[in-house]
Design a protein. Structure first.
Length: 291
């Protein structure tokens, strides 16, 4: 197996097995930072501009210094090249990590690095076979994002402990993944994905204002779909809307598209008149190849 790649923003390639972070880095102590995860496919990192846009937006919401796009782009190029040179011919994830730096150096530099590594088997299985999903209460109302800026809803922060706990809870109950519901029962997102419903030639997704992360994959898919004559809309969706749709998908940069095959143990029928599952998955493939 190809080892992971680790590159700092000065372009230095580090040994990923050598300890790297300071013990008092605020990423480790507080999850006080932001990140992005991208896909390397056929040797190229996909949708870099959209991910740098979101990194910038998340950093702004966290009052972190504005990331220098050119420097990040150069580090991404080094990591991408390094991935290929070390024999990584398959798909890889590429992660951008940006934290507030060391607790003991409040005026010091932020910590910033890029990593890459092979896409996990779980991802290939989810793409090929779909996923069983449970809905879980997120515990907040859709108006929280507008009324409590400090909750950082919509920023991709390093504080993913509750997302991981939700996934562990789901796994303990025999599910592959999660769709969060707001306290009103509206569909929000997955702990690491955006929800898209497909009904005929119409795609729907919950509005970003409901306190979810604006997904780069969802946006790319909607842009390509509109170009190809589909109808797209943001809509407040309830659990019943998921059941009524022809198909429901969790989309994200690395996993791309995973069809929800069962929801709360209800087997989602493959609609005879609905859009063929391959058709949507192929739409997603086309969308992420457009830069
Ligand atoms: N929502 C959450 C909470 C996520 O963590 C992610 C991706 O990791 C997404 C949505 C999907 O975002 P993207 O399509 O940009 O990968």
């Amino acid at each position: 197996m190809v080892a992971q790649i680790l590159v700092t923003l000065d372009g230095t390639v580090h040994d990923p097995d050598v300890p790297f972070l300071h013990a008092d880095d605020l990423a480790a102590l507080r999850g006080d930072g932001v990140f992005e995860t991208l896909l390397i496919r056929s040797g190229r990192t996909r949708r870099v501009g959209a991910h740098l846009d979101r990194l910038e937006r998340s950093a702004e919401m966290m009052d972190l210094p504005k990331p220098d796009r050119d420097t990040w782009q150069s580090a991404i190029d080094v990591a991408e090249k390094q991935w290929q040179e070390t024999g990584g011919d398959g798909e890889a994830w590429l992660r951008l990590v940006y934290s507030r730096g060391r607790e003991s150096a409040p005026d010091g530099d932020p910590t910033a690095y890029v990593m890459a590594g092979a896409v996990a088997d779980r991802v290939n299985r989810a793409r090929a076979d779909g996923i069983s999903v449970v809905t879980l209460d997120r515990g907040f109302s859709t108006d929280l994002a507008g009324s409590a800026r400090w909750q950082l809803l919509g920023a991709k922060t390093l504080s993913y402990a509750t997302n991981m706990a939700a996934l562990r809870h789901a796994a303990d109950e025999g599910f592959d993944d999660v769709i969060y519901l707001s306290s009103e029962g509206f569909v929000l997102e997955g702990p690491r994905s955006t929800v898209i419903t497909v009904t005929g030639k119409t795609l729907a997704t919950p509005p970003a204002e409901s306190g979810i992360l604006p997904g780069t994959t969802q946006r790319a898919v909607f842009e390509t779909a509109e170009h190809e004559g589909w109808t797209t809309r943001t809509a407040t969706l309830r659990r019943a809307d998921l059941i009524a749709a022809d198909s429901v998908w969790l989309v994200s940069s690395v996993a791309l598209a995973a069809r929800v095959t069962s929801l709360n143990r209800y087997v989602m029928p493959v609609s005879p008149n609905g859009t063929d599952a391959h058709e949507f998955a192929e739409l997603v493939d086309r969308a992420i190849c457009v830069d």
